[in-house]
Design a protein around this ligand. Structure first.
Ligand SMILES: [Zn+2]
Ligand SMILES: [Zn+2]
Length: 323
């Protein structure tokens, strides 16, 4: 599973960071989805090999401008690029009203249909071809949601050695054992298929948080393999964080450590934090504070950072910016 950061600044863009936009896709997949779409997200997409044609779903975490002002331009450009495939948008009701109003007043006619899911009214597991998505309510100044992506399509593997030992030779029957829970053998004996399944790898789970001042909300979800969370301020600015409904680095790092999150990526940094020549991609204050409280695998997001979570749950980093 891969995450690509298109924007990592909170509130306003900086010279090196755009506002929120995160891509999720299966490793090397053409199909991708976008979580949040701050202004300028479409410009960031131009520096990647992502194609509008394969954009499956846009998830918006909340109505604040740095998370959704990029939608009108992106949808208009997708139309001009000739997209015809329907697009799914999962977002708060206010975003739907915002888009409908914009379309009406700017006479924007899209070349594709939008299948809109209003998060406030949705209480089912949202299923796509690549992932199952749970919607998680968070705590912020305005209603805010996070999205938990659980991978689909992990195949069942047979314990072929055990099958052969029990005189079940290779043939059509192996396919039946893979498909059905019970299978009747030629000798009339019925077997429970699962006795011949190898222990299955667990489906990977990536949690992508919207703006949120209470990271422990994510503690209600079992075994998150990678948590992507905002860390708008350092602890020095704890009061400001509290007043604006954001998390500090310390708060997120402490939660992730206590809860045993194996991989943590911090993003959505206030523009007051700038990279320096030593910490090329990171921000020194944020990195230093996070490392005091969190000992496992830490990633600091920057624009065009790609993080790949492999099947062994190891995280790999790459800068994918194309000029
Ligand atoms: Zn924000
Ligand atoms: Zn916000």
């Amino acid at each position: 599973m891969e995450i690509i950061f298109l924007g990592t600044s909170s509130g306003t863009p900086t010279k090196t960071r755009n506002v929120s936009g995160i891509v999720i896709r299966k490793h090397h997949a053409k199909q991708w989805s976008l979580i949040d779409c701050g202004e300028g997200t479409q410009h960031q997409i131009l520096h990647t090999n992502l194609s509008f044609k394969y954009l499956d779903t846009i998830y918006i975490t909340h109505i604040h401008g740095d998370h959704c002002y990029g939608l009108p331009g992106l949808l208009a450009s997708a139309t001009m690029a000739g997209r015809i495939e329907p697009l799914n948008i999962v977002a708060p009701l206010a975003v739907k009203v915002f888009l409908e109003t914009m379309q009406m007043h700017t006479e924007l006619r899209l070349s594709f249909d939008i299948d809109f899911i209003v998060v406030e009214e949705y209480n089912k597991l949202y299923e796509r071809e690549d992932f199952c998505i749970s919607i998680v309510p968070l705590s912020h100044r305005v209603p805010s949601w996070g999205y938990l992506f659980e991978e689909k399509g992990i195949g069942i593997k047979l314990d072929t050695q055990k099958l052969l030992e029990d005189n079940i030779p290779k043939g059509v029957i192996w396919g039946e054992i893979q498909k059905s829970s019970e299978v009747c053998l030629e000798n009339g004996k019925t077997i429970q298929s699962k006795t011949y399944y190898l222990p299955q790898r667990k489906a990977r789970k990536i949690a992508i948080s919207g703006d949120n001042d209470t990271p422990s909300i994510w503690g209600n979800i079992e075994d998150i393999d990678l948590l992507v969370h905002e860390a708008t301020y350092t602890d020095e600015m704890a009061k400001k964080a509290e007043d604006t409904g954001h998390s500090t680095v310390k708060k997120v790092a402490m939660f992730a450590e206590d809860y045993g999150v194996k991989n943590l990526i911090l993003t959505h940094f206030s523009p007051r934090y700038q990279a320096d020549s030593v910490h090329e991609n990171g921000v020194p204050e944020i990195e230093d504070e996070a490392k005091i409280y969190y000992q496992a695998n830490l990633g600091l997001a920057h624009d065009f950072a790609l993080f790949h979570l492999d099947k062994q749950l190891e995280m790999h980093y790459q800068n994918i910016r194309q000029d």
